[in-house]
Design a protein around this ligand. Structure first.
Ligand SMILES: Nc1ncnc2c1ncn2[C@@H]1O[C@H](COP(=O)(O)OP(=O)(O)OP(=O)(O)O)[C@@H](O)[C@H]1O
Ligand SMILES: O=C(O)c1ccc[n+]([C@@H]2O[C@H](COP(=O)([O-])O)[C@@H](O)[C@H]2O)c1
Length: 187
């Protein structure tokens, strides 16, 4: 039997409790056995200038998910060409884990841009995509995308942008990120 694994791709700049609540939701309330956090060195639509170093973003994810057997940090994109195209990573992961069936996880803000992703038609045809709703994100008509499912879940009005802004202005990030992540960011 194949194991269904959810892949949460992201910059995680830095990881925050929104990512964790979303991942735990998918890992425990859907048909997925695990959720893997795939840390992207360079998201195609984002500038790299504002990014924490790749190794630090990965380390923060490892700290955030420590002790949760259903969550895993994945650095496969560190060894793949940049920018980090999801279809290329998916192909690489499928080759490495033939016994797994991968499902793409994303917040609703990523959905409108999907048609502009690398090989989007193949991506939409080949994988199930589970979408977590997000405040201020309007979903397009998904009638032509039968493999995209929007799940019902609590809205989480939190973003890495807000955390970066809080850090810049000396505001508290307590409870917005796990304690270990907060300690590492303030060190
Ligand atoms: N609060 C949230 N609700 C729903 N989905 C989220 C939330 N935060 C992040 N995600 C999803 O997690 C994935 C990785 O997100 P990412 O690392 O870009 O974080 P972000 O908070 O959106 O970052 P930034 O503010 O820097 O754009 C994306 O699919 C994104 O849509
Ligand atoms: O494959 C693509 O063309 C593509 C286009 C935009 C975004 N992505 C991936 O989507 C993930 C979330 O992107 P972002 O910009 O919200 O951090 C990140 O891992 C990106 O590599 C992928």
């Amino acid at each position: 039997m194949t194991t269904r694994i959810g892949l949460l791709f992201g910059s995680f700049n830095p990881v925050h409790v929104g990512h964790l609540i979303l991942a735990e939701h998918f890992a425990t309330r859907t048909d997925l056995a695990e959720v893997w956090f795939v840390v992207s060195p360079h998201s195609p639509f984002k500038a790299v200038a504002d990014l924490l170093p790749d190794a630090q973003r990965l380390h923060l994810v490892q700290l955030a998910i420590a002790g949760n057997p259903r969550l895993r940090a994945e650095d496969i994109e560190f060894g793949l060409p940049r920018p980090s195209y999801t279809i290329a990573t998916l192909d690489a992961l499928r080759q490495r884990h033939p016994g797994h069936e991968f499902v793409l996880l994303m917040g609703a803000d990523n959905v409108p841009g999907l048609p502009r992703w690398q090989e989007s038609a193949r991506l939409l045809a080949e994988v199930d995509i589970y979408v977590y709703p997000r405040p201020n994100s309007t979903l397009p008509d998904l009638a032509q995308c039968p493999r995209v499912q929007v799940i019902a879940a609590p809205l989480l009005d939190i973003s890495a942008t807000y955390i970066r802004e809080s850090l810049r202005t000396g505001k508290s990030i307590r409870y917005l990120v796990p304690a270990a992540v907060e300690a590492a960011l303030l060190r």
